[in-house]
Ligand binder design. Structure first.
Ligand SMILES: C[S@@+](CC[C@H](N)C(=O)[O-])C[C@H]1O[C@@H](n2cnc3c(N)ncnc32)[C@H](O)[C@@H]1O
Length: 275
């Protein structure tokens, strides 16, 4: 069956984002060698380390936007690779959702690599969030589409507790609208941000919106493999988009992989703040 494409030209996986458990998500992503959360992990760990040192916060709160089934939290907390997680859910075989949740909870109870981090998730897909919360990967979540509307007061309070906002595979689905709503959830305190963004999406509008809120953004050196193209159609459309933007895809997307850059945004200290 042909892989449906979004209007952006990227393959659409919307049908696997809102299943009751993550088996299909990991199975499909593993077929495409989806690896951006794995490559992102050391960079997120570094942001968390630096935040701890700079803000002198013992238990920082990390908000993963477009977190799906708690993918980044699962990688950071269990120490598993994305391949091992895919295997873990493949091994789940015929077990039902409850059995998978029990297995995930038992694994975290035995070995949680991040007992001193509070993990929040935000996503537009409620079943994925519910799984991530019940499996123990997330301490709390916000089910919202902040592209469409402001957070409710209750959602705003949860978002306002974030110290660091991270994402993989989410920018493009969400824009500066969502990020500005998250950045301003707290009336004064602005969270740090670290987003892995496909080269087909322009980070400039987000950077500008965040700059107006007092942020400075830097692109970290390097490009990161996200996944293989899902079809020849997707490849052609994405290569066309990148060519239109004047981006050289030689040795990168032209070889069959989508690539992402890492954008780091931090609030500039307000005048009179200690450096
Ligand atoms: C490609 S998946 C990435 C999931 C996970 N971060 C990962 O890297 O494995 C994109 C996620 O963005 C979510 N999403 C799409 N539109 C959204 C929106 N407007 N607000 C929040 N999440 C959204 C989808 O439900 C899906 O879980």
């Amino acid at each position: 069956m042909p892989v449906p494409l979004h209007t952006t030209g990227k393959a659409s996986f919307d049908h696997i984002y809102d299943r009751a458990d993550p088996r299909e998500y990991y199975a499909r992503m593993s077929e495409l060698d989806y690896r951006i959360p794995e490559l992102a992990k050391p960079f997120f760990e570094q942001q968390i380390r630096e935040y701890r040192a700079s803000a002198r916060v013992c238990v920082p709160t990390v908000l993963d936007i477009g977190c799906s089934y708690g993918v980044n939290a699962a990688l950071l907390r269990t120490g598993a690779t994305i391949g091992e997680l895919a295997e873990h859910y493949r091994d789940g075989g015929e077990s039902g959702r409850h059995a998978l949740i029990a297995r995930d909870r038992a694994r975290l109870a035995e070995d949680d690599r991040c007992p001193d981090i509070r993990f929040l998730g935000m996503d537009a897909a409620r079943p994925a969030l519910a799984y991530a919360r019940e499996a123990g990967f997330l301490h709390d979540f916000v089910h919202a589409d902040l592209e469409a509307s402001d957070p409710t007061e209750e959602q705003r309070r949860v978002l306002a507790s974030a110290d660091i906002v991270i994402s993989t595979g989410c920018i493009g689905y969400v824009t500066e609208k969502t990020l500005a709503r998250i950045a301003t959830a707290h009336p004064r305190r602005r969270p740090w941000m670290a987003h892995f963004v496909l080269r087909m999406f322009d980070f400039a509008p987000i950077e500008q919106e965040l700059a107006a809120l007092g942020y400075r953004t830097e692109q970290a050196p390097g490009l990161f493999e996200q996944r293989r193209f899902a079809s020849a159609d997707e490849r052609q459309q994405v290569l066309n988009t990148l060519a239109d933007k004047g981006i050289d895809t030689t040795g990168r997307e032209a070889e069959g992989w989508l690539y992402a850059g890492l954008y780091l945004s931090r609030p500039l200290p307000a005048p009179g703040d200690d450096a």
